[in-house]
Structure formats: C-alpha cells, structure tokens
Design a protein around this ligand. Structure first.
Ligand SMILES: NC(=O)c1ccc[n+]([C@@H]2O[C@H](COP(=O)([O-])OP(=O)(O)OC[C@H]3O[C@@H](n4cnc5c(N)ncnc54)[C@H](OP(=O)(O)O)[C@@H]3O)[C@@H](O)[C@H]2O)c1
Length: 329
C-alpha cells in the first residue's frame, strides 16, 4: 500500500514511521509529507530513503491512506482535499473529532463504527485514548455514572518545540518557548487555551470525546489537565463512580483481559505504572486499583501510556490496520 504520513518530520509523525515499520504494516511506498520548509529532506523508512513532499504533491501521488499529524490548520485545509481524491485520512489533530459526520475511533473500544465511506477518520486526544481503553470493560460490567480525572501530561504532547524548551531549561540555555512559563521543576495547570467556562480546551476534549467514543452521553466526566516536566508519557488519576458495585479482584481480572491493557498493581512490591516504563510501549498501563473509601461503588486507579504511541501514532496505525483487514480502505 502507498501510505502518506503528513507531518513526517514531527514528533508524532516520526513515531508513526517507527510504528508502521515495527508492526510490519504492508507499506509498498512511503510518502513523507511536511511543510514547504522540509521539502526535499530525506526520511529513512525500513532501510530506504524517501524525499519529503508537500501536501499538494502528496495528493497527486494518490496514496491509499494518509496518516495526518501536522496540526489542526493543515488538517482543516488538506484532509477534505485528500478525501476528495479518494484517499482515506486518519487525522491526529482535533479538527474533525467532534464533527458529527466523522467517526472518532479507539479500535479496542469502537472500531465497529467504521464503514467504507468514512474518508476522514479522527484519532482522539492522547489523554482520552488511554482513559477510554480502561473505562470500556468497566462500563460494560458495572455501568459508569461519573468520572473525575486529573492528568499529569508529558511535554512530548506539545511537540518538538516543548521538548526543546525543557532541554534548554535543563541546560541553562535561552531559547524558543512552547509554554508561557518555565516547565522544568514546575507544574503548569493549563493545557491548551481557556474556554468561557473556566476549563481548558484539553479538559473539554476529554469530556466530550469520552462520551462520543464510549457512545454514551450519560457518562458524566470532569477533568483537570496538567503539564509536568516529563517525557515518557501521560499519567492520569481517575476516580470512577458506578451504577453497580464491583469486586476489586474482578476489576483487576477484567482489566487484565482487556486487549491493549497491562495491569501493574502490586503495592507490596512497589509496582505501579510510571511514564518511564511506558515510554516506547504500545499498551496502556493501569495500577493503584483501589476502592474510594469516601463513597460507595467508586473506584480509584492510575493510568499511564506513551502519548506519542497509543495516544497518537499506534492508535492511528491500528485504525489503518482495521480498515485494511476489513477491506474498508
Ligand atoms: N504530541 C502528541 O502527544 C500528540 C498526540 C495526539 C495528537 N497530536 C497532534 O498531532 C499533531 C502534530 O503533533 P506533533 O507533536 O508531532 O507536532 P510537531 O512535532 O510540532 O510536528 C508538526 C509536524 O507538522 C508539519 N507541518 C506543519 N505545518 C505544515 C503544513 N502547512 N503542511 C504540512 N506539514 C506541516 C511539520 O513539518 P515541518 O517540520 O516541515 O514544520 C511537522 O512534521 C498536532 O495536531 C497534535 O495536536 C499530538
């Protein structure tokens, strides 16, 4: 298959190339795409060198699938043009996620909604993806009423500029800033811009996207999203109130059986998920599983995943794999 990766020079794009290679996705020709400034730059994929082209040139090369991770503006401008040329777009930006005509997909949760006429498919927000993979089996069994989530998000979620800012600050160097404040040795309780209701856009994404992916608007969600000076992945403290009571061992069992989830929950031996361990992995790690003793039928847990992998690149490639397997693209 001819596959285009739009944003191939970026953090998510380069991770996509790694994931495509590792999972042996049937790529016969790679089309790396980036902005005008990167045109002609060489990208290596499975031992072969490919030259970066612009989005307009990529459309003329007619790939079957285009994985987009080049920001909302690029997606808004180009995804419809790719789709009109018959190319299936899997988009990592937030441009199409809440469009009622577009599917928002985490394969372990709702791949079944995909159909052959879906030409622009949205990949959810990284923090939402890792949470819904864990919520899914619990909702099926105990019916979730409400979720309270607080995130501890990696700087890799902001892109190359943010990683550079953290590295510059650690080296005592001045440089371009991705954040309005120092991130090293600090915690910034703001991810994306503030909305009129006092929440940030990232927080509202977690709320709305969770309902859309789970296919259930009755699940009430509230979120506080926070940036921390970490690179390996996003962590989340999640409090879940259920309609029905649960047994903790059964919860651990359900999660252990869920595809894409690894339970790391052994407090006696100080075992719990951490971004350092999740880095470079495709799975979502869950631990610190315990009852909320302040309220009945309520569970606390801790979820960690590499935001560039399951939170972005891996999820997009899994959607592509599903489309190919089902003959939908
Ligand atoms: N980082 C994450 O954890 C994460 C997770 C989920 C989704 N996302 C989304 O994925 C997207 C990329 O994130 P990132 O972290 O990879 O950012 P990044 O490292 O800053 O990379 C941005 C990429 O987009 C390309 N690009 C920018 N303008 C373009 C244009 N006009 N035409 C074609 N390509 C263009 C850049 O090419 P040049 O090198 O030529 O500038 C670069 O390849 C964003 O929409 C982000 O919201 C990120």
């Amino acid at each position: 298959m001819k596959i285009a990766v739009v944003g191939a020079t970026g953090l998510v794009g380069s991770e996509m190339l790694k994931v495509l290679a590792e999972r042996n996705f049937p790529v016969t020709e790679l089309i790396p795409v980036a902005s005008e400034k990167s045109k002609g730059k060489e990208i290596e994929f499975k031992g072969k060198k490919y030259k970066v082209v612009t989005p307009d040139e990529a459309i003329d090369l007619k790939p079957q699938i285009a994985l987009f991770s080049a920001g909302g503006g690029t997606s808004t401008a180009y995804a419809p043009q790719f789709a009109a040329a018959g190319i299936t777009v899997i988009d990592n930006s937030s441009a199409w996620r809440m469009d009622p005509t577009k599917k928002l997909v985490v394969p372990e949760v709702n791949a079944h909604v995909l159909a052959s006429d879906d030409k622009i498919i949205a990949n959810p927000n990284c923090s939402t993806i890792q949470m819904v993979v864990v919520l899914k089996p619990l909702h099926e069994k105990y019916k979730i009423k409400r979720v309270v989530v607080s995130t501890y998000q990696s700087v890799t979620g902001t892109g190359v500029k943010a990683v550079q800012q953290l590295n510059d600050e650690r080296a005592g160097k001045d440089g371009e800033k991705a954040y309005p404040y120092q991130i090293d040795l600090n915690v910034i309780p703001q991810i994306d811009v503030f909305q009129d209701n006092g929440y940030t856009k990232e927080e509202m994404k977690m709320i709305k996207e969770t309902n859309k992916i789970m296919g259930d608007d009755n699940i009430r969600v509230t979120a506080t999203t926070v940036r921390i000076p970490v690179m390996g992945g996003h962590s989340e403290s999640v409090n879940i109130e259920f309609e029905n009571d649960f047994d903790l061992n059964e919860v651990r069992d359900l999660l252990a059986k869920q595809t894409g989830v690894i339970v790391v929950d052994d407090p006696a031996n100080l075992k719990y998920p951490m971004p350092k361990d999740a880095h470079g992995k495709d799975e979502v790690f869950v631990g610190r599983i315990r009852r909320d003793e302040s309220q009945e039928k309520t569970l606390n847990l801790w979820i960690v995943a590499d935001n560039l992998r399951k939170g972005a690149a891996t999820n997009a490639v899994q959607i592509a794999e599903y489309l190919v397997k089902q003959g939908l693209a």
